[in-house]
Design a protein around this ligand. Sequence first.
Ligand SMILES: Cc1ncc(COP(=O)(O)O)c(C=O)c1O
Length: 404
Amino acid sequence: MNFDLSALRQEFPFFSAHPEWIYLDNAATLHKPQAVFDAMNEFYRSQNSNVHRSAHGLSQQATTAFETARTTVAQFLNARFSHEIIWTSGTTAGFNQLVFGLMGPVLQSGDRVLISSMEHHANIVPWHIHALPFGVELDVVPLTADHRFDMAAFEELLQLKPKVVSISHVSNALGHIQQVADIVRLAKAAGAIVVLDGAQGIVWQRIDVQALDVDFYLFSGHKLYGPTGIGVLYGKTRYLALLRPLLGGGEMIKTVSFTQSSWNDLPYRLEAGTPNIAAAVGLGAAILWLQQQDLTAFQQHKTALVQRFYDGCKQIPLLDLLSGPTTNAGIVALNLKNEHPADLATLLDQQNIAVRAGTHCAMPLFNTMNVKGSVRFSFACYNSFDEVDRTLAALTTAVELLSE
Ligand SMILES: Cc1ncc(COP(=O)(O)O)c(C=O)c1O
């Protein structure tokens, strides 16, 4: 490992507050470095004001902090313009805005949208609410036998000429990394607008939205070492300009009368109401922190953690492994034969090992795999090999108990 793990862990106050926990629920949310708390504290203590509204200096300071965070995100993603970064409250909110916004200007009755079997509900249910009732049809890329994105089937489904292709960068349930460069290239060649759900992908690798040529990329701050309540909908200007706002209210307008309103320019047009200013500042701080880290070393470390855990699980009888260790962003999903995943997770919880059990907001994926759910172990840069070994020991004991 070419970084100092114990120095890294010291930057995360959670670990000194709770040394007893092994936290392997990182796909649900990550812990935050002190730098994020400091930035948010500082904002509330010395700048707290609303943004874009008031004439006073404090509001101007708050606006500068807020807009600087937007620029930090734009530079992090290599977006062409800061106005291509729309603040949302998270990936879910971003998808609801996106799907609602596409309906009419881009999508009409009879049009097709292509998603995959691996999608999180955030990239399924908004289509059900905002698009299917208006005649849009949803096609689904199937899984290969080893629970991967079926590229051959994808290419065939592109022949149906979907107007939008919307795929997760990394599966939140299995950890498998999609070949996003190929997906974007093929989908664009077929004439589709391409959306990537980056909720899990953003922390795995540095994204260059221009090099990738993706039209929309969404993620949540809390899965990038930032706070909850903030997320990003990145879009190319020409597509964002088409989106109808989902939320109406203050700041998103240019003029309002009792009978009509006209809308503001990007990005404000899609950001009605008082935004989560402190959280935006916190996400900016998380990204600045991350830019000082060695992301390649983090990737290699997570890959090694997954491999070690996976190899250990292979030695434990009666475990069904749903994820493979290759091209995996840090997640191992498994089941104990004939047992409910919650039983295993409860026994691990009793030993202060935090994992998640269930269908992980990806119910259709589990139906496709024909399994009821899984126990999900998700690793982050701050996890150690020692934690992997202690988890394997606890898992062995739990499996013995449940198999008696
Ligand atoms: C792949 C994926 N998409 C979307 C989401 C939704 O993110 P949020 O709950 O932060 O809106 C998640 C959260 O787990 C996710 O993993």
